[in-house]
Design a protein. Structure first.
Length: 244
């Protein structure tokens, strides 16, 4: 096998092993350091053992990266967030345009900063959060919540639940693969502050806004109209049509 594919295979195997195993990141780092020292002591051109130690160092370094990533993903949420009874102030950037969901408008946020309401201390950073905005005003504000814009709002946060049904993935694997660290609920769109993004992000949003509606966009618009209809107390129009 040539150098490039072999390097890719070793790195991929090492990172995967670090993610799914229970090897501590400190132990993986020690293994990588020991293999690197051996690789330096036995230069690349010194024969078979030098080659093996060099590849072991690469694999152990990849194992360390995977173990650190696993520990970061599985780190417990601070108690003042998980056990909060009051809304927490969140400040993050929209990773994609807002969308209409079953329970409200979905805002997917990257690089979120969290801070307790009324607290002037240092905020926690680098969270990924899914927020659901409720209220009658939410559907009408979807066009303002576009990818790249920064939003600020008070939200009630919770840790996503883990499914324990027979045949489902293990709790650790679910926590590793879920796209969000926390799920938040916002009472009203009036509580959401919006800061415009960069020039190219705003230009991209304008293009998407005026582009001909595709099938998925027409479906989203239909869901928004139906959701507003239901919020006004008229019931589900699809359900009435099925009854007829």
């Amino acid at each position: 096998m040539s150098f490039g594919p072999l390097l890719s295979l070793v790195v991929l195997a090492g990172v995967t092993a670090g993610l799914i195993s229970h090897v501590e990141s400190a132990a993986a780092s020690a293994i990588a350091t020991f293999a690197l020292v051996l690789a330096i002591a036995l230069p690349w051109g010194s024969g078979r053992w030098g080659h093996r130690c060099a590849w072991c160092a690469v694999g152990a370094a990849a194992l360390t990266v995977g173990a650190f990533a696993r520990d970061a993903a599985l780190a417990p949420v601070p108690s003042w967030i998980a056990g909060a009874t009051e809304p927490i102030h969140i400040d993050g950037r929209l990773r994609r345009d807002a969308s209409i969901g079953e329970s409200g408008v979905r805002l997917e946020l990257n690089d979120v900063r969290l801070q307790a309401m009324g607290d002037s201390g240092e905020a926690l950073r680098h969270f990924q959060i899914l927020t659901i905005v409720n209220g009658e005003l939410a559907a009408g504000e979807v066009g303002e919540w576009t990818a790249g814009r920064r939003v600020r709002m008070p939200a009630r946060l919770r840790v996503p639940s883990v499914v324990r049904n027979p045949g489902s993935s293990s709790p650790m694997w679910q926590r590793l693969t879920r796209p969000f660290d926390l799920v938040g609920t916002v009472k009203s769109a009036a509580l959401v502050e919006v800061e415009r993004g960069t020039v190219w992000q705003e230009a991209s949003a304008a293009v998407r806004r005026h582009a001909p509606p595709c099938a998925c966009r027409r479906s989203a618009m239909a869901r928004a109209a139906r959701w507003r209809h239901c919020r006004r107390g008229h019931g589900d129009p699809d359900r009435r049509s099925r009854r007829a």
